[in-house]
Design a protein. Structure first.
Length: 144
């Protein structure tokens, strides 16, 4: 049995399936997955259009945690949640604003809960590869 696979140049990008990219965000560009055809492909494009452009999970959950932390400063779960946001910024899906979320989570953790176990487990925050690549591209464009 011969199986023919048709490749699309849009899916041949080096980081298309990288765990550090937000695949859903890339999918909302109007490109339906290649394994869909006909009506299914059109339906997928309509569904992606309805979703809009979602932010990375780290950014979305970070905003929820920051809002909660503002009104519940004494909740003992907040340091762990902030620690998790810092880690997810390093290991999870990211977009252009993720470094801001992880930096804010790190700062809140160390300023409000400096003696907590979670602050001790979080000695630093990371600018992820996506952010570093973007920063390097911007520097090259500006000539610095």
């Amino acid at each position: 049995m011969d199986i023919e696979i048709e490749l699309d140049s849009r899916a041949n990008q080096a980081d298309w399936y990288s765990p550090a990219t937000n695949v859903l965000q890339r999918s909302t560009s109007g490109v339906a997955p290649l394994f869909l055809s006909g009506d299914s492909s059109a339906e997928a494009r309509r569904e992606f259009a309805r979703l809009g452009t979602p932010s990375a999970a780290t950014d979305f959950l970070g905003s929820v945690i920051f809002q909660y932390a503002a009104s519940h400063r004494d909740d003992s779960r907040i340091p762990e949640a902030l620690h998790d946001r810092v880690r997810s910024g390093h290991y999870g899906c990211a977009d252009i604003n993720t470094w801001k979320t992880t930096r804010a989570a790190f700062r809140m953790l160390h300023l409000r809960y400096p003696r907590s176990e979670w602050a001790k487990r979080t000695p630093t925050w990371f600018k992820n590869d996506f952010d570093i690549r973007r920063e390097l591209q911007d520097r090259r464009r500006s000539g610095n």
